[in-house]
Design a protein around this ligand. Structure first.
Ligand SMILES: Nc1ncnc2c1ncn2[C@@H]1O[C@H](COP(=O)(O)OP(=O)(O)OP(=O)(O)O)[C@@H](O)[C@H]1O
Ligand SMILES: [Mg+2]
Length: 424
């Protein structure tokens, strides 16, 4: 036994500590030997694994890669197994059909099978874009786990969102979301877009903000889906819309269907349209309503202009305690849909407006230009009321991130973009 002042520091607690360390080392060595054996078994079977073994391996690697936040390359066979041969269709849109899937450890995924063929020539571009969007992480953005690029299948593998898309809760039978929940959804969505525009290493313009692309998790918290898809799928050719331009009619900014320069502010416009629908819990355009209420954004503008939003708030069913917030949301939406791109605030300003951290000036008429039908260039200020928003956003364009990987199984192109196979 040691006593103070004898200089002998090797007491009982030190011995216990040493034993714990030795035990930890032994356990590690045992695990290492086990893993090496397992690996050599797999290699000796010439890299062909039976399905069950293969799925376990997939999941180990999948979870490792998820932690390392890298996009993963899946084979069509892997996705076929995970989706039970693409049986559970969640829905479909302009880019493809989405199927529910599950990996062997219980991780749920949504697999979007993209329309069109897998042209070898676009493989590199595809991987460059996937590696960019697969590395974008934010609480309010749907996570892209990986992809498949084979001749017979081009697909994206996303995190699964339990409550599906917001449109169901705004326009469907199930209108159970209360105003506070909807407000939180608006703020979260704005934060997700602000991240894409202002905080990502490479600015990403979404081009298709709408209720169908806001997904809700088990707690109804929002995540923006499908960012980066326009570039990935070369939307101009693949996404046919009524306007012949990009985006979805009703949400697409005027500059998207006119030959004008397009900036990230087109997303601000679409967010404004989405915000109107959140406020009204109705589609912005509804021909079944009286003419004055047919187009909700215009109706809101008329009331705000007249300084008489009370009637509107009553018609929309707002409770007394929510009215100030609802009015704030209306003004924010009117700023977002300004015809001039420069007059629209950045998304970080929009977040502040919605959170009440900023005084919101009365917006100018966003629809004046539409009424006179002039050919005003939307990104130039033509003498209309103009507010300069203090804005820290950077001026980067969306482009590919080139990262390095030393994985032996990857092709040179995959290595270039830091993409790994789900199973080797
Ligand atoms: N990650 C996901 N988790 C759960 N459901 C999803 C997921 N992604 C998509 N969905 C469901 O699939 C439906 C179709 O999605 P999809 O993105 O193909 O179409 P969209 O959003 O209506 O149009 P767009 O092609 O313009 O994005 C969505 O409305 C949603 O219900
Ligand atoms: Mg979508």
């Amino acid at each position: 036994m040691s006593s103070p002042g004898t200089g002998n520091t090797f007491d009982g607690s030190t011995a216990t500590y040493a034993i714990v360390i030795i035990a930890a080392i032994i356990i590690k060595v045992v695990i290492l030997v086990y893993v090496c054996r397992k690996r050599s078994q797999i290699q000796s079977s010439n890299n062909v694994c039976p399905d069950s073994q293969f799925l376990t391996l997939t999941m180990d690697k999948f979870l490792n890669d998820m932690e390392r936040e890298k996009p993963i390359r899946f084979t069509s066979q892997q996705l076929r197994i995970a989706t039970d041969n693409f049986t559970n269709l969640l829905g479909s849109g302009g880019f493809g059909a989405v199927y529910k899937g599950m990996f062997s450890n219980g991780t749920m995924v949504a697999v979007k099978v993209l329309y069109g063929s897998s042209d070898k020539r676009i493989e590199e571009q595809f991987m460059a874009e996937v590696s960019t969007i697969g590395r974008v992480h934010h609480f309010n953005l749907v996570r892209l786990y990986g992809f498949c690029f084979e001749q017979n299948l081009r697909a994206l593998v996303y995190e699964y969102m339990e409550n599906g898309s917001l449109d169901k809760f705004l326009f469907g039978e199930d209108k159970k979301l209360g105003f506070q929940q909807l407000r939180a959804i608006a703020v979260g969505t704005a934060k997700g877009i602000a991240y894409l525009h202002e905080e990502c290493q490479h600015r990403i313009i979404h081009y298709d903000i709408k209720p169908g692309n806001v997904l809700l998790d088990a707690k109804f918290l929002p995540k923006v889906a499908d960012f980066g898809l326009a570039k990935l799928c070369n939307r101009e050719n693949t996404h046919v819309t009524m306007t012949g331009g990009r985006g979805t009619p009703g949400y697409a900014a005027p500059e998207l269907w006119a030959p004008y320069a397009v900036t990230h502010k087109c997303d601000v416009y679409s967010f404004g349209m989405l915000l109107f629908e959140i406020i009204g819990k109705r589609r912005n355009f509804d021909s079944n309503l009286p003419e004055s209420q047919e187009w909700f954004p215009k109706w809101v503008w008329k009331k705000v202009e007249a300084g008489n939003v009370v009637e509107l708030l009553i018609v929309c069913g707002f409770e007394e305690m929510d009215k100030d917030m609802a009015e704030r949301m209306m003004k924010t939406a009117l700023w977002c849909v300004q015809y001039q791109q420069d007059s629209r605030p950045s998304m970080s300003i929009v977040v502040k407006m919605l959170e009440g951290a900023l005084e919101i000036p009365t917006p100018p008429n966003p629809f004046a230009t539409y009424l006179i039908g002039s050919n005003v260039v939307p990104n130039k200020n033509n003498g209309s009321t103009h507010t300069t928003w203090t804005d820290n956003s950077c001026d980067l364009e969306s482009s590919s991130v080139v990262a390095r990987s030393t994985l032996a199984c990857a092709t040179p192109v995959m290595r270039k973009y830091g993409i790994e196979m789900a199973s080797t």
